[in-house]
Design a protein around this ligand. Structure first.
Ligand SMILES: NC(=O)c1ccc[n+]([C@@H]2O[C@H](COP(=O)([O-])OP(=O)(O)OC[C@H]3O[C@@H](n4cnc5c(N)ncnc54)[C@H](OP(=O)(O)O)[C@@H]3O)[C@@H](O)[C@H]2O)c1
Length: 264
C-alpha cells in the first residue's frame, strides 16, 4: 500500500499506460482522479479502480484546450480536496516523415504533449506548494532521449518535457516537490492508432513494435514504483532501452543503428 489514501491525478487515463497506472495506484491504496477526453472509457477505468476499494473521480479534459484547464483544476480541488500526485501521461504519437508533415501536425503534437502538460502542471503547482509539496510525474518516452524516424514532432515534444521538468525539479526540490520523468520504450497500447500522419490523419493501425512491447500493466507497476521512490528519470521497456546508452556512450553506432531499426 505505497499510496494509501493519497489522491493521484492521472491524465490519459482512458486507455493504455494511463488506465493501467490508475488501476496500479488503486491497488497501492490511492484514490484516483481520471482525465482524458473519452468519458465512457474513463467511467470503465473508474469502476475497475472502485472494485479495488479506491475512491475514483472522472474529470474529462482535452489537453489541447489549455484555456479550460485552470477551471478543471479548481473543480478537482473543490470536489476531491488535496492532490498529492500528478501523473501527466496523456499524449499522442506520430507516424510521418519531416518533409511530408504539415506544420499543423507539429503544432498539434506540441500542443497536446507539451503545452497541455505544462498548463496542467502550472495550474496544480500552487495547490501542491500550499500543501507543503507533492509528487509530479510525466510520461516522456525513450524518444525523449534521442531522435527517431517518423517521430520528429513527437520526439521534439518529449525532449521539451525533459527540459521543462528538469528545470522545475531544480527550482522546487526545496519546496518538497519531487519530479519523476518516465521514459517507456515500446509498450502494448493502441498509441500508434491515434498517431498523426503527415497530413494530420490518424495512422489507424496497431504497429508490430507496439504489439511486441512490454504490457501496459508491467509498465504501470514500474512507473508507480519509480514515483514512490522519487526517482528522477527511469527507462522502462525491453532491449529498446539500450539505445539510450548507445546514444550516450557510442554515438556513431547509434547514428548507424537508428537508420536501420523498424520504426513501426
Ligand atoms: N505505448 C508506447 O509504446 C509508449 C512509449 C513511450 C511513451 N508513451 C507515452 O505514454 C503515454 C500514454 O500513451 P499510451 O501508450 O498509453 O497510448 P494510448 O493508449 O493511446 O493512451 C493515450 C492517452 O492519452 C489521451 N489523450 C490523447 N489526446 C488527448 C487530448 N487531446 N487530451 C486529453 N487526453 C488525450 C487518450 O485519451 P482520449 O483519447 O480519451 O483523450 C489516452 O487516454 C503517452 O504520453 C505516450 O507518448 C507510450
Amino acid at each position: 500500500m505505497k499510496f494509501k489514501n493519497k489522491n493521484v491525478w492521472i491524465t490519459g487515463a482512458s486507455s493504455g499506460i494511463g488506465a493501467a497506472s490508475a488501476v496500479e495506484f488503486a491497488r497501492q491504496g490511492a484514490n484516483v482522479i481520471l482525465s482524458a477526453r473519452r468519458e465512457e472509457a474513463l467511467q470503465q477505468v473508474k469502476s475497475d479502480c472502485e472494485q479495488l476499494g479506491a475512491k475514483a473521480w472522472v474529470f474529462p479534459m482535452d489537453l489541447a484546450q489549455t484555456g479550460d484547464i485552470v477551471l478543471i483544476v479548481q473543480q478537482v480541488i473543490q470536489e476531491v480536496g488535496t492532490i498529492d500526485v500528478l501523473l501527466n501521461n496523456g499524449g499522442i504519437s506520430q507516424r510521418g516523415v519531416v518533409n511530408e508533415t504539415i506544420l499543423e501536425v507539429d503544432r498539434r503534437i506540441m500542443e497536446v504533449n507539451f503545452f497541455g502538460t505544462v498548463a496542467l502542471t502550472k495550474a496544480v503547482l500552487p495547490h501542491m506548494l500550499k500543501n507543503g509539496g507533492g509528487r509530479v510525474a510525466v510520461t516522456s518516452s525513450l524518444v525523449g532521449k534521442f531522435g527517431f524516424p517518423l517521430r520528429s514532432a513527437y520526439a521534439a515534444s518529449k525532449h521539451a518535457l525533459h527540459g521543462f521538468f528538469e528545470s522545475m525539479r531544480a527550482e522546487l526540490v526545496k519546496d518538497g516537490v519531487s519530479v519523476t520523468v518516465i521514459c517507456p520504450g515500446r509498450i502494448q497500447t493502441p498509441i500508434s492508432k491515434s498517431a498523426l500522419q503527415g497530413d494530420g490523419k490518424e495512422w489507424g493501425q496497431v504497429d508490430e513494435g507496439q504489439q511486441k512491447g512490454m504490457s501496459a500493466e508491467d509498465c504501470a507497476t514500474q512507473m508507480v514504483q519509480a514515483i514512490y521512490k522519487g526517482k528522477k528519470e527511469v527507462y522502462i521497456g525491453g532491449s529498446d532501452r539500450l539505445m539510450v546508452y548507445i546514444r550516450r556512450y557510442c554515438p556513431p553506432l547509434f547514428y548507424w543503428l537508428v537508420t536501420r531499426v523498424k520504426a513501426t
